[in-house]
Design a protein around this ligand. Structure first.
Ligand code: NAP
Ligand code: FE
Length: 359
């Protein structure tokens, strides 16, 4: 067994203010990477700017990261940061800005900034230091080395081959106060998918499963807020954020599995949010799993049966339809990916993959 999680995690209320000196200590000028508006709306950008100001560290902001960030955006941000003389990177946001921050930090270590290095597996994987501040409760990107980018040339999304773990993650549930319910649902289901898929990986072991079990317990305590049954409390936000971080710790060990692999085509073709796209396959994936695994996963997430889980997913994602040709394209891509198929504990054959895809 092995466990590698080199990210220093701070998880507490007012985390950024409490660790301001530390946050400001990584260099002379930080590049802050955000999405278009959420870093301002949730208050995280303000907290980070205050922390840097108080401690005499300069910064510049790149606030143009789109959802499912593209290679082009990352290259543009790296040019901007180089002109500004930034020497470390702070990512604030959901998985999109956090993943972009890692890829930008990688490009900034190259003499010449070039998109071709991003997917060159033999390139030196060194990167500038990255600090990650999550504002969604889904990707766990703050504790993984993964950076997923949209590759328009290939009409899909794909992880860069370099593992770029943030130096630290500053986690504070208060940044979820500004989140619309739809974003909470999409991202919390992404975290759930990470836990289920990690558990079903051939790489899963006692260490990664400990993270899944604790993440699931936290997730289950707040799952009803996604159905709009009650208003989320501060504790719910902190729990959902922490569940997502535990899920990230698990996938940092095992990677994701079939639902994620299939989801990328739905997101590319239909602009479907990442969590919704993974969630679309989740119940059918669980159905194919070994009986004992399915029972444990469902029970950890607070469900008595697969039918109850399906009903829950239907309730949080009503009326999701995917055209057959998109499912077929997703299937066609994944069926060729033998590493993905073999990486799953029940190693789906072509027929089984068809059932998971819903074909
Ligand atoms: P996201 O794409 O980062 O953000 C989704 C939307 O939520 C954006 O419109 C964003 O606004 C908004 N938002 C973010 N935080 C908010 C807040 N606190 N309040 C209000 N609105 C907020 O969402 P995500 O699901 O976290 O990330 C998805 C990406 O992560 C995908 O590209 C996926 O492939 C990747 N991913 C990475 C990993 C990994 O291990 N690295 C794992 C799974 C998925 P703004 O645009 O204004 O920011
Ligand atoms: Fe995901």
């Amino acid at each position: 067994m092995q466990f590698y999680m080199p990210v220093r995690v701070f998880d507490e209320a007012d985390c950024v203010a409490k660790h301001a000196v530390y946050l400001a200590s990584f260099g002379k000028k930080a590049l802050i990477v955000t999405g278009k508006t959420s870093a301002v709306k949730c208050g995280a950008l303000h907290d980070v700017e205050d922390a840097l100001k108080e401690n005499g560290t300069d910064w510049c902001v790149f606030s143009d990261v789109e959802e499912n960030p593209s290679v082009e955006t990352v290259v543009r941000a790296a040019h901007f940061a180089r002109e500004e003389g930034a020497d470390y990177v702070i990512g604030i946001g959901g998985g999109s800005p956090l993943d972009a921050a890692k890829a930008i930090a990688f490009l900034l270590k190259r003499e010449i900034i070039s998109a071709s290095d991003l997917y060159n597996a033999s390139a030196d994987p060194c990167a500038l230091d990255v600090i990650a501040i999550p504002t969604t409760c889904g990707t766990g990107s703050e504790v993984t080395g993964v950076s997923v980018l949209t590759v328009h040339e290939k009409k899909t999304k794909s992880s860069i081959p370099h593992k770029i773990f943030p130096k630290a993650a500053l986690i504070d549930g208060k940044y979820l106060h500004s989140a619309p319910v739809s974003m909470m649902i999409n991202t919390a289901v992404d975290a759930l998918a990470h836990m289920i898929e990690s558990y079903e990986s051939v790489k899963a072991d006692d260490y990664s499963r400990a993270a899944v079990r604790q993440g699931m317990r936290l997730w289950a305590q707040s799952a009803d807020i996604l159905r709009g049954k009650r208003k989320a409390s501060d504790e719910d936000y902190a729990r959902m954020m922490r569940a997502s971080t535990f899920a990230g710790i698990a996938i940092a060990q095992t990677g994701t599995s079939i639902p994620h692999a299939l989801s990328y085509i739905l997101t590319y073709d239909l602009k479907m949010p990442h969590g919704m796209a993974c969630g679309y396959f989740l119940a059918r994936f669980l159905k194919e799993a070994d009986d004992e695994d399915r029972k444990e996963l469902l029970s950890l997430a607070g469900f008595e049966s697969l039918e109850q889980f399906e009903a829950y997913m239907q309730e949080v994602f009503p009326d999701v339809t995917v055209p057959a040709e998109t499912l077929q394209r997703a299937y066609d891509v994944v069926v060729k990916n033998t590493a993905r198929l073999k990486g799953c504990r029940f190693a789906p054959d072509a027929e089984c993959l068809k059932r998971i895809a819903g074909l």
